[in-house]
Design a protein around this ligand. Structure first.
Ligand code: FMN
Ligand code: SF4
Length: 216
């Protein structure tokens, strides 16, 4: 996972493998499939050293997701950029960036697309795929993730309103934190790490349940 950065989808990897690999991933996968914090242009620091040492045209890849990243790559002396996950998530992203340079990628670097390579590589969050009929979202997590990029109000409290996009991103961030905190052995809350107890408002309830569904 070091070359990708982001989450290590162990559960999903195990689910597409046959035994005994499936069991091996479940038992010791976390030791060799580790998650690394994602940041845009995460290979730039290393690529810069190669850029300085060679005269050949070079392509920068690794976390190129938006116009700002492309501009940085050009300013750093790279001739091209390559984009993988951002385009898997949104095949029309380049056109949208061309129309609106501030467009942000909807890829959340969950890396679950890697587990799809054995049966037609695709973004697992995309509900629409070319040539594939739209399927109904079957889990709460899928329904939530389908709201990424939705600027309409998703949650209101007395104090403020969150868009659906903000709800999903915040839930994904809290889910990542919950996954980091998860340890072997029994934990409270039905197998989940402790989350705020006795939510007294709709928003508190949302911040308790949405990350739980996203954390898998
Ligand atoms: C689903 C998937 C399959 C990939 N398969 C390969 C591969 O077969 N060979 C390879 O060198 N890189 C492969 N990559 C890595 C990408 O080429 C790219 O280096 C990496 O995803 C980082 O770029 P990104 O941040 O734009 O996704 C794959 C990436 C994804 C997401
Ligand atoms: S499954 Fe989709 S959202 Fe997740 S990393 Fe792959 S392209 Fe990005």
């Amino acid at each position: 996972m070091y070359l990708f950065k982001g989450d290590a989808p162990l559960h999903e990897f195990a689910s597409v493998m046959k035994q005994p690999t499936k069991l091996g991933i479940k038992l010791i996968g976390r030791h060799f499939l580790k998650s690394y914090p994602y940041e845009d242009l995460y290979l730039l620091k290393d690529a810069r050293q190669i850029r300085a040492a060679v005269k050949l045209p070079m392509i920068l890849l690794g976390g190129v997701t938006d116009r700002a990243g492309m501009d940085t790559a050009m300013a750093e002396g790279f001739q091209f950029v390559a984009m993988a996950r951002a385009l898997l998530r949104e095949p029309d992203l380049i056109n949208r960036i061309q129309d609106e340079p501030s467009t942000e990628s909807l890829c959340i670097h969950c890396n679950k697309c890697m587990t799809a390579i054995y049966g037609g590589t695709h973004c697992v969050l995309s509900t629409e795929r070319p040539g594939v009929p739209r399927v109904r979202d079957e889990t709460i997590a899928a329904m939530l993730l389908a709201r990424l990029g939705d600027a309409r109000p998703g949650l209101r409290s007395r104090e403020r309103t969150w868009t659906w996009d903000e709800v999903v991103r915040e839930s994904a961030a809290r889910a990542a934190l919950a996954r980091d905190l998860r340890r072997d052995g029994p934990v409270p809350c039905g197998g989940r790490p402790p989350l705020p107890r006795n939510p007294r408002s709709t928003s508190a309830c949302c911040w308790r349940t949405s990350p739980s569904t996203c954390s898998g």
